[in-house]
Design a binder for this molecule. Structure first.
Ligand SMILES: Cc1cc2nc3c(=O)[nH]c(=O)nc-3n(C[C@H](O)[C@H](O)[C@H](O)COP(=O)(O)O)c2cc1C
Length: 155
């Protein structure tokens, strides 16, 4: 389930589907505006992906996650699209993960909403966009491939 606005997250979702299908796992991709949060299709695992907006998930995803109605213990993963960390104007240094985490709350807020419903996270990551509306960072397919390899699959 993704809330892609400019298409980058939709590309990430398609690549994830492709990678999981290579592992023998069927994936269906949905834009959140096209699916009812209280009537999600049955699945072994749900992947939620949101673009960042002012350090938070985009509004459509926040509303969607608030309404999601899945049994406690249901497994989920997060693979967001977020703006690439920018070097500090004075020092030229990239922010550390800790510094970035102070204002980038996209995944923490998604986790907060889902974990309050008793859902259980198995993996999370962000794929970066190099400009506000894209494109995706170089080598993004490898990041998705690495992420897909971290999703536990029952034999
Ligand atoms: C108004 C606006 C605010 C944004 N704020 C953030 C932000 O706070 N953090 C972030 O990581 N990305 C931010 N972005 C960049 C989005 O992450 C980027 O547009 C998105 O990942 C692209 O995905 P999409 O093509 O699937 O919509 C912002 C983009 C816009 C247009």
């Amino acid at each position: 389930m993704h809330a892609s606005k400019y298409g980058n997250g939709a590309m990430v979702a398609e690549e994830f589907k492709h990678q999981m299908e290579a592992r023998g796992v069927a994936v269906s991709v949905h834009q959140v505006r096209d699916i009812r949060p209280k009537e999600l299709p049955a699945a072994d695992l749900y992947l939620f992906s949101s673009p960042g907006r002012m350090g938070r998930p985009i509004g459509g995803m926040r509303r969607f996650l608030r309404k999601v109605d899945l049994a406690p213990g249901t497994r989920y993963a997060l693979l967001t699209t977020e703006g690439a960390p920018q070097p500090d104007k004075d020092t030229g240094k990239l922010p550390t993960e800790e510094e970035r985490a102070r204002h980038e709350r996209v995944r923490p807020l998604m986790n907060e909403t889902l974990q309050a419903k008793g859902l259980s996270e198995v993996a999370e990551d962000a794929v970066f966009v190099t400009g506000t509306k894209g494109p995706l960072e170089e080598g993004w397919q490898h990041k998705v491939e690495d992420f897909a390899s971290r999703i536990p699959v029952e034999p």
